[in-house]
Design a protein around this ligand. Structure first.
Ligand SMILES: O=C(O)CCC(=O)C(=O)O
Ligand SMILES: [Fe+2]
Length: 401
């Protein structure tokens, strides 16, 4: 939609008011650490034909079954647009505590959300800095803002109230998250179809379709802008340098904009060691969450990850990123029985005997109840419907910080 010059002028005014500026990446750290170079999936090859897709799928399969983490490049977003999104994310937080409290993510906003346990983790709005308490009663230093319903323009634009700066950038936000869902994710899911030996398009069309303004029959999920504030020595000591605690994601697939601060770590299944993820400018890191692990009955891994505070040579920078947490339709049963994959059958992956089948909605509600309300550190893994899950663990085995 073309803006009139009057609208453009208004956007300029709003940008000045919220200190809209180019996003500046921290220069690379010189710290010597063990870096994990994630498998790179070049999505520009996706349309080259079935043979090339098969090759991509073979590369992806290894990443999905070892770490559940990989990286996509040539995903279709220009570097300029990604920089713009980081600037939009940055200025979203340039507002008062009063506004952040007014648009608190813990409130239920609209009819479509009223039966869901959303809380600050998934509800539309802000999770304020310090909402969680880490070890030694230390307030956290990450704030975020969540978006929902970008696949449904009428709900997204007309039925949800937003802070002023966000309101003026909604169309960019909608474009980013909805294209991630319909373009980038669709390609990734198609490669997974190939891995699972089911017809190309099955996962996207049957589990994650985007049907405008029909929330129940569409894939679900939420987007998030994150801002991690610089921390001091005392904070690091008290929290064992934790910016975000170790956890697995509850959803199916998570898309994280790669950023330059040495901080995201994955706990390796091979040796239980935490490994730093490297940075590739303009790439998007993708990881598997609980839902896809369950859908494949454990063939795809959902790795525990956390965010370590910045190394000394990057300690004065804020850390910004943009994440999309994608989930299937709420009524999908989360086990391999839903997929009908000959591959999983052959390899012997199936729902554990004695476990009842559960839907995305059931899991979402059960996990949401635990992780949204409390800010206390959890000492043990959590078992819901007989399924083990990890969230918000700190300083305790098996998650050492
Ligand atoms: O900030 C990041 O890079 C990852 C954050 C994360 O794991 C999450 O929000 O679930
Ligand atoms: Fe995560």
């Amino acid at each position: 939609m073309q803006m009139t010059s009057r609208q453009e002028e208004k956007v300029q005014q709003i940008r000045e008011k919220y200190n809209f500026r180019p996003f500046v990446d921290a220069p690379a750290s010189k710290e010597k650490v063990d870096l994990l170079d994630l498998t790179i999936i070049d999505l520009s090859k996706f349309d080259e034909g079935p043979e090339t897709r098969k090759e991509l799928a073979t590369t992806l399969e290894k990443a999905l079954t070892e770490y559940g983490f990989f990286r996509v490049v040539n995903h279709g977003f220009s570097p300029e647009f990604l920089d713009h999104m980081k600037s939009v994310s940055q200025s979203t937080f340039e507002t008062t505590d009063e506004v952040k409290n007014k648009f608190f993510a813990g409130e239920k906003k609209i009819e479509e959300d009223k039966d869901l346990e959303l809380g600050v983790i998934r509800g539309t709005g802000f999770k304020p800095r310090g909402y969680w308490k880490y070890s030694n009663d230390t307030p956290d230093n990450v704030e975020f803002y969540n978006f929902r319903h970008f696949l449904h323009p009428d709900i997204f634009h007309n039925r949800i109230e937003y802070p002023e700066f966000v309101q003026y950038h909604l169309e960019d936000v909608r474009k980013y998250f909805s294209e991630l869902h319909t373009e980038v994710q669709r390609k990734v899911l198609t490669l997974m179809d190939i891995i699972l030996e089911i017809p190309e398009g099955t996962l996207y069309n049957d589990f994650f379709p985007a049907i405008e303004n029909d929330t129940l029959n569409s894939g679900t999920g939420f987007g998030r802008f994150l801002l991690y504030h610089p921390v001091d020595q005392e904070y690091k000591k008290k929290t064992s340098s934790t910016w975000m605690r170790g956890h697995t994601d509850a959803g199916a697939l998570t898309f994280i904009l790669s950023q330059s601060i040495l901080s995201l770590q994955i706990r390796s299944y091979a040796d239980n060691q935490w490994k730093y993820v490297s940075h590739v400018p303009n790439s998007i890191i993708v990881n598997i969450g609980d839902t896809f692990k369950f859908l494949t009955d454990g063939y795809f891994k959902s790795s525990i990850h956390r965010v370590h505070t910045a190394p000394d040579d990057q300690k004065d920078y804020t850390r910004n990123t943009v994440i999309y947490f994608a989930s299937p339709k709420l009524d999908v049963y989360m086990d391999s029985g839903s997929l009908g994959s000959p591959k999983l059958k052959r390899l012997g992956y199936k729902l554990n005997d004695g476990l009842e089948r559960i839907t995305v909605r059931q899991w979402d509600e059960a996990k949401g109840k635990f992780f949204n309300k409390t800010s206390a550190n959890r000492k043990t893994n959590l078992t819901l419907y007989g399924r083990e899950s990890v969230g918000s663990l700190i300083g305790e085995n098996p998650i050492e910080v």
